[in-house]
Design a protein around this ligand. Structure first.
Ligand SMILES: Cc1cc2nc3c(=O)[nH]c(=O)nc-3n(C[C@H](O)[C@H](O)[C@H](O)COP(=O)(O)OP(=O)(O)OC[C@H]3O[C@@H](n4cnc5c(N)ncnc54)[C@H](O)[C@@H]3O)c2cc1C
Length: 441
């Protein structure tokens, strides 16, 4: 590669999509993936079925590349699991990219730092002309790569939020780690099933993952009597935690919420509202007791599942000049479009290079990581992000500023944020609804 390539951090759905867009424009691209294969994070939730059908989790530009390699597209209306997504689309895409003259995909390659060549964060002089330096560790050896631009699509999977509701680990959380899962458990796995069968499980969280856990534990309780759930909800009511049901434009996401609502209304689940966890204690009989900030307690717990969202880790790019929103840790111009405290209706406008720009030209966050702590990321959003970013890197401002996507609406109010707000306070006021961003050249 004679001129420095575009470097993409992460061979997940959005990093690979970015590479496909680069190849389609004839740009050289290097994808650095910390895991042993493509979609390493997706494979950690291989057992979870997506609520998006195939048609919404395949980037059209990537599909064109794949079809050219003899790939058979999956049935567009079917719903893949994480395992299907990886096996039938993401790994074949990584292989197809690697087979082109323009792309290289490296596995076991963890990026540990990104900076401007010869300039730390302080130095202005010559900064804009300098390429990026990317520090990457592969099999114990560290090397420096030079990049014309960097897209960090490293996701947030490795950094789940803690059980403590204030964002800090609850007292005793580390000590009880063996009995806390931060993921949706795979109940088809016999050892995992035995871990929860007939047990008292405390579940924290109200997003799509919590809905999945409720549905799964409800099904487990049908065949394993004694299985029961204490569902800990921060808000004063759990009624807004089941999504938009039939109003959701993503049918499977609506159905999941309906399933969770049914299980929550069954005898299997006791919903504990207004519960903000601060402590985990172990009783003399070995069971766990959770304590909330106002002194409520839920005891006799065998296992805890905390699916309380994710947060981005920006340490790898800490030497760059980032423009991050102080609340979401997402790019400053993107944050107001996705902040659940501002508008929790789930409607997110498509956005691209303009909203994702930082004071450090040529560096972009994309994919799940670009959303910071906001919970509403969809793969479709990421495909549009990287289409626009790669166009900007290629110097095609017109394509970078064009919006080419309409996203499905959730059909629900009362998203993850503003959990103390009255149930009907969101979406009602016109002032809550942000105008469509206007792209100017
Ligand atoms: C359980 C679950 C279900 C979901 N269902 C849907 C759905 O139905 N529809 C939908 O549209 N979206 C869904 N999403 C949201 C989103 O589309 C996925 O999370 C998607 O995987 C995000 O892609 P990504 O490429 O941004 O990040 P990831 O998939 O997290 O990929 C990031 C990659 O970067 C690698 N990496 C991280 N750090 C480094 C580093 N320092 N150096 C090198 N590599 C690194 C990781 O190993 C990983 O492979 C779901 C998410 C989850 C968790």
């Amino acid at each position: 590669m004679s001129t420095p390539p575009l470097v993409v951090i992460g061979a997940g759905p959005i990093g690979l999509s970015a590479a496909a867009h680069a190849v389609s424009r004839g740009l050289d691209v290097v994808v650095l993936e910390a895991g042993p294969q493509a979609a390493s994070s997706v494979l950690e939730w291989a057992h979870v079925r997506l609520f998006s059908p195939w048609s919404e989790v395949i980037d059209p530009v990537a599909a064109t590349l794949l079809v050219g390699c003899g790939w058979e597209p999956p049935e567009p209306t079917a719903y893949p699991s994480g395992a299907d997504w990886a096996a039938r689309y993401l790994q074949p895409l990584a292989d197809a990219l690697d087979a082109t003259d323009h792309a290289q995909v490296h596995y076991g390659a963890r990026v540990t730092g990104v900076s401007r060549q010869g300039r730390d964060r302080l130095v202005d002089d010559g900064r804009l002309e300098a390429p990026f330096t990317v520090l990457v560790t592969t099999a114990g050896a560290t090397e420096r790569l030079t990049a014309r631009a960097v897209i960090d699509a490293g996701g947030t999977w490795a950094t789940p939020n803690p059980l403590g509701t204030d964002g800090l680990p609850a007292l005793g959380e580390h000590e009880a780690a063996r009995r806390i899962s931060y993921r949706v458990p795979d109940l088809r796995d016999v050892a995992t099933r035995n871990r929860y069968a007939g047990r008292h499980v405390a579940l924290a969280g109200t997003g799509a993952s919590a809905q999945t856990v409720l549905a799964e534990l409800g099904a487990l309780a049908d065949s394993e009597p004694g299985t029961r759930v204490s569902w800990l909800v921060r808000r004063a009511s759990a009624s807004g935690s089941f999504g938009g049901g039939t109003d959701d434009q993503l049918v499977a996401r609506g159905t999941l919420g309906d399933q969770a609502r049914r299980v929550a209304g069954s005898g299997v689940v006791r919903t504990v509202t207004g519960f903000r966890t601060t402590g985990v204690g172990t009783a003399a009989d070995g069971s766990l007791t959770l304590t909330s900030v106002d002194g409520q307690q839920v005891g006799g717990i065998d296992e805890i599942i905390a699916v309380t969202g994710f947060r981005p880790d920006h340490t790898v790019v800490g030497e760059l000049r980032l423009g991050l929103d102080p609340v979401l840790q997402a790019p400053t111009a993107l944050a107001p479009l996705i902040d659940p405290n501002l508008h929790s209706c789930g409607t997110v406008y498509p956005h691209g290079a303009t909203e994702l720009a930082h004071p450090e030209p040529g560096f972009f966050l994309a994919g799940m990581k670009s959303y910071g702590r906001a919970p509403s990321f969809l793969a479709l959003t990421g495909f549009e992000q990287v289409r626009s970013i790669v166009a900007a890197v290629a110097g095609d401002r017109e394509a970078a500023e064009r919006v080419e996507l309409v996203l499905p609406e959730t059909g629900v109010c009362g998203g993850a944020g503003a959990f103390d707000a009255p149930e009907d306070s969101c979406c009602a006021a016109e002032s809550d609804i942000l105008p469509m961003p206007v792209h100017t050249s």
